[in-house]
Design a protein around this ligand. Sequence first.
Ligand SMILES: Cc1cc2nc3c(=O)[nH]c(=O)nc-3n(C[C@H](O)[C@H](O)[C@H](O)COP(=O)(O)OP(=O)(O)OC[C@H]3O[C@@H](n4cnc5c(N)ncnc54)[C@H](O)[C@@H]3O)c2cc1C
Ligand code: FES
Ligand code: FES
Length: 496
Amino acid sequence: MSSLNIIRFYLNGQLHEVANVESTTTLLNYLRETLLQTGSKEGCAEGDCGACTVVIAEQQDGRLRFRSINSCIQFLPTLDGKALYTVEGLRNKDGSLHPAQQAMVDCHASQCGFCTPGFVMSLFALYKSENRPDRQLIDDALAGNLCRCTGYRPIIDAAGQMYEYGKEQTAEQQTVINSPGSVKALEKELVEQLEMIKPAKDKKLGRHFYAPLSLDSLTSCYAEHPEATLLAGGTDVGLWVTKQYRDLPEIIYLGQIEELKRINIAEGFIQIGASVSLTDAFECLLEHYPDLDEIARRFASPPIRNAGTLCGNVANGSPIGDSMPALLCLGTIVRLRSAAGSRDVPMHKFYLGYQQKDLQQAEFVEAVLIPLPEEQHVFRSYKISKRFDQDISAVCAAFNLVLKDGVVDEISIAYGGMAAIPQRALQCEKSLLGQNFELAIVEKSMQVLSEDFTPLTDMRASADYRIKVAANLLLRFYHEVNGAAKNTTHVLRYVG
Ligand SMILES: Cc1cc2nc3c(=O)[nH]c(=O)nc-3n(C[C@H](O)[C@H](O)[C@H](O)COP(=O)(O)OP(=O)(O)OC[C@H]3O[C@@H](n4cnc5c(N)ncnc54)[C@H](O)[C@@H]3O)c2cc1C
Ligand code: FES
Ligand code: FES
């Protein structure tokens, strides 16, 4: 068998090779059913509960990053060239527990134990990325893990406590995984190991799983297999298999293409490539648009944001996708690519109808280009969902405004959850443009929203609720711009 068909990764420090797997074998099923490593659990098989959390280590921008992902929706061939850590691999060589495990024991943070391996792995990812996280960071790191019996307080205590155990280790006891944060000297060996298994050529892993290494190979591979499913982070595609039992005869994976992993800032745009994770995309966007904070933190959970991509969200084009209202509002351009060449489409023209996009055969999203902020713009985005963390929006809204002497000089308003596609509120914008930005005008424009949208009633919200909330978000924006209200996300989170 050619090495081009073999999936190679480090599993808890040991080189692991697999051949002849089904393209859509999930990592969780492989761990539990083939390797009989049953520490990682299956709770939901859809990325929601975190019982299956594992950690991937990868080199990125010269740094080693340890990030949590949900193994239940991750296809095994995507592991090629990476290092995987599962709960079975955390113990120290002398048999003692990893600081994340010991802290969970000492803080009495487990009862039935079903969720515990997942929490331990999220704590491990936190331990390897932050040295002294505050409460907010701890809460965010655990947002993708559910526990139905212990209660979260002891687990949060364990998150603070684990760093104390890290400090107690002697230099000889320290390894790359049991030392907090990044310790370059300890990382050397792992970095060399990852270099050795880095794919050097386009691979076909599994029966019909293509993993091209360059943009050109992707373009020609897609032209040859136009019916193939493109796979980026798999946080949508994974569920087609685990929940809808769909057969995916051919898959083309975008995650090995360096050109698509880049973020470039040039000529007034932030260009985010198709394989950039949501975590990295938001990290960069927040530097320029700090008001995206609420969307960034409440978009799914860390394991989903670590695997999923911003371009995957845009390409999937769900009417309740969270990034699109903000991106639409900011005037984002979608860069498309196929064997015929490249073309740029303004995002508001990209969505043609429910699940219909301006994509030709074998054409894919290469990047999204988001304009850099101009000084006089005021931008805000909001997400309304039943739960604060890890929930799909009922309504999502974004506003981008330029005022000149109190008059609306430019305005862009976009909503998710209000129509079959993420959409600008053009009538509402028209009613505000050129007017004084004052309460009476805003209240009139709130009424106009029902000309823009006829939302649906579904399990997330009724049509009435949606239209009311959409209008109230405009009102909230008005009050925030005028300083009468502050963004209250942080306060609301801890109430009750
Ligand atoms: C538990 C859970 C919570 C979630 N929460 C949220 C949430 O809060 N908000 C939200 O908006 N979404 C949420 N999602 C949905 C999902 O995480 C996002 O849509 C994500 O951005 C998808 O990116 P991906 O890289 O994983 O896409 P994939 O699953 O790999 O692909 C998604 C679709 O886009 C296509 N595709 C991917 N990349 C390209 C490309 N470059 N060009 C053309 N087509 C492409 C694929 O073929 C597929 O049709 C959630 C999902 C899960 C499982
Ligand atoms: S099993 Fe629930 S997130 Fe994977
Ligand atoms: S300890 Fe039982 S679900 Fe968390």
